[in-house]
Structures are given as structure tokens and as C-alpha cells.
Write a protein that binds this ligand. Structure first.
Ligand SMILES: NC(=O)c1ccc[n+]([C@@H]2O[C@H](COP(=O)([O-])OP(=O)(O)OC[C@H]3O[C@@H](n4cnc5c(N)ncnc54)[C@H](O)[C@@H]3O)[C@@H](O)[C@H]2O)c1
Length: 311
């Protein structure tokens, strides 16, 4: 089987390619990535075919999807604050880019297409845990654009019979997730500051909670879904309902590092949701054998990897 991965040089994408290459039944991987938010070094040592280009380019997508059996669509402009600062760019890549990808999947023989949606679509809906049938109330342009991502995938399934699987990811973390820049996700930002013996920045009181999911859990679920050709006519949460607060995550980090971590609380961020936790009954119906790596095991692996980048 040949798998095409959009955004394959990114954090989740490069981890996914590593996982796929170690999977029986996967012969080759083609990636399209414009490297706007990643480094080609993420693919060091991985035997993949790489098209440097944007998903907004019809021909570049055709080159990538040629001969593919399945598509994993991960390319997007991530980060809530980035989208608040530049909503049109987020819309172009995350919404229009998804339409371009779905059309390319259709041109290449209605390829099985897995797309990366986001828990950010629940936004202001306070109900916990988040079940997929809850009303979506995005709080940021990013959340709105990821709602478009999954909505377009479902529409291409209904209108053109494209076999799709729209996942909603919840705060994924792990090796290769970048830190040290203004749009960094919270776990790499915490680990990076702590390894530099600098205070970690906490937006608000730190009691906001997230359903952190280790990247290995996500790549295992996507891989299983590719092999099984799993499809869904509704979005599917990809998380395991293990919600913890940022302060609890910091405590776990102190345990892994073996020393206290200083905190610097600043104002809450616009567009951030307060609490997030997945109901994953739909995921377990579709992919009953997928198991979650625990937060502490994932954090330990992440810290080990980040130590190597600080060496
Ligand atoms: N990391 C998370 O916690 C999380 C949570 C929810 C959803 N997601 C979604 O998962 C997917 C992967 O996220 P990630 O954390 O690996 O992010 P990432 O930024 O590391 O990966 C995205 C990749 O897409 C590439 N890209 C951006 N614009 C592109 C374009 N126009 N054409 C081609 N490539 C382009 C980037 O260079 C990058 O390599 C995204 O769709 C994201 O919205 C991630």
C-alpha cells in the first residue's frame, strides 16, 4: 500500500511516517509539505518521497497522490493565536486547502481520506465530556477553519462517495513538536523552559484542562484506520478522556525532571477554551484495539527527546 500524507514533515506527520514505515502492508509514502511550519530534518532517516509544495497547488497534489491508495490530510496552519492574528491565512490553508485535497483524492480514484480535525470546534460549548454530537461553537478562526476541514470531508463523502474519516484530535504532544516560538503548544513550551531552568509561562490560573494525547497513540490509530479502511459519516474524537489541568501537567513534569519548576502566570489567551475532554465511545467502536500511551509515559519520552535537542 502507498500512503500520501499532506503536512507529513510536521510534528504529527513525521511521527506518522515513522510509524507507517514500520507497519507491514505499507510499501511507500509520499509527502507534500511547504515547510512553512516544519523542518525537513524531521524526515531524516525516513525513506519517503517528498514533494515540496503547497496543498493549494493542484499539480503538486497530483504529483503526490499519483499511485496512492490512501491519503492522510494533516497539512494546516495550526495554533489558535496564529489564527487570531491572521485569520485569512488560516482559512486559506485549512478550509480551501482541504477542498483542494479532497478534490485531488477524488481525481485519483476516490482515495480513502483521513482528515485532521480538532477539539477546538467545541469551543464555547461547556458540556463535558465532549461528544461528537454536541453543538460546535468555535471560539477562534482556527476552530472555525477546522470545522470547515471536517465538514468538507463529510460533504465529499455524501456528495461524491469519497470514503472519509474525519478525526478530531485533542492536544497532541510528543517528540518533534517544536518549542521556543510564539505559537508553541503548551507541553513543548513547558518542557523547553524547564530544561533551560527558566520559569514556565502559564496563561491564566493554570486550572484550564486538556485531554492530552501522546502522538504515538494518534499515529497508531491513524495507521489502524488506514489498514482497516475505516470510514465514518460523522466526526470521531481521537483521545482517551484523560483530562488534566495545566498545573497537574506541571506537577507531573516536576516528577519526571526530579526538581521543581518555577511558574510565571500571565493573562489568559484570546480564543482559548477552558476545559477539554473527549468522549471516545465512537472511536472505540470503530477502532477497538487502539490503546492510549499514558500521559506520564508520553511525557517521559518527550522530555528524553527534548533533552537531545538541548544537548
Ligand atoms: N498538534 C495538536 O495538538 C493538534 C490538535 C488538533 C488538531 N491538529 C491538527 O493536526 C494536523 C497536524 O498538526 P501538527 O501539530 O503536526 O502541526 P504541524 O504544524 O507540525 O504540521 C502541519 C504541517 O503542514 C505543513 N503545511 C502548512 N501549510 C501548508 C500548505 N499550504 N501546504 C502544504 N503543507 C503545509 C506545515 O509545514 C507542517 O509541516 C493539523 O491539521 C492540525 O490542525 C493538531
Amino acid at each position: 500500500m502507498r500512503v500520501a500524507v499532506t503536512g507529513g514533515a510536521g510534528f504529527i506527520g513525521s511521527n506518522l511516517c515513522e510509524h507507517l514505515l514500520a507497519t507491514d502492508g505499507v510499501q511507500s509514502i509520499a509527502i507534500i509539505d511547504d515547510l512553512s511550519n516544519s523542518q525537513i530534518e524531521n524526515l531524516d532517516g525516513l525513506n519517503v518521497e517528498f514533494v515540496e509544495g503547497t496543498i493549494l497547488d493542484h499539480d503538486a497534489l497530483d504529483r503526490t497522490f499519483d499511485g496512492a491508495d490512501a491519503v492522510v490530510h494533516l497539512a494546516a496552519l495550526g495554533s489558535v493565536p496564529r489564527s487570531v492574528a491572521n485569520p485569512i491565512a488560516s482559512h486559506a490553508v485549512n478550509a480551501t486547502g482541504t477542498v483542494m485535497v479532497l478534490e485531488a483524492a477524488r481525481r485519483h480514484g476516490n482515495l480513502h481520506t483521513i482528515v485532521a480535525g480538532s477539539s477546538s470546534v467545541y469551543g464555547a460549548n461547556p458540556t463535558l465530556p465532549k461528544h461528537e454530537d454536541l453543538a460546535t461553537r468555535p471560539l477562534s478562526p482556527y476552530g472555525g477553519s477546522k470545522l470547515a476541514t471536517e465538514a468538507y470531508a463529510l460533504a465529499w463523502g455524501a456528495s461524491y462517495g469519497l470514503p472519509v474519516l474525519p478525526f478530531r484530535f485533542f492536544n497532541v504532544f510528543g517528540p518533534k513538536q517544536p518549542a521556543g516560538h510564539v505559537y508553541a503548544a503548551v507541553i513543548p513550551a513547558f518542557v523547553d523552559s524547564a530544561l533551560r531552568s527558566e520559569p514556565v509561562t502559564v496563561h491564566g490560573d493554570g486550572m484550564q484542562s486538556r485531554d492530552f494525547t501522546y502522538v504515538g497513540t494518534v499515529t497508531a490509530a491513524i495507521t489502524q484506520a488506514i489498514l482497516d479502511r475505516t470510514v465514518s459519516d460523522a466526526p470521531v474524537n481521537l483521545a482517551f478522556g484523560s483530562r488534566i489541568t495545566l498545573l497537574d501537567a506541571l506537577e507531573e513534569l516536576e516528577g519526571v525532571l526530579g526538581h521543581p519548576v518555577e511558574r510565571n502566570h500571565i493573562e489568559p489567551r484570546a480564543g482559548d477554551v477552558r476545559h477539554s475532554q473527549a468522549d471516545n465511545s465512537r472511536l472505540l467502536e470503530l477502532l477497538p484495539n487502539v490503546e492510549a500511551v499514558s500521559f506520564i509515559d508520553g511525557l517521559t519520552t518527550t522530555v528524553d527527546w527534548m533533552r537531545t535537542t538541548h544537548a
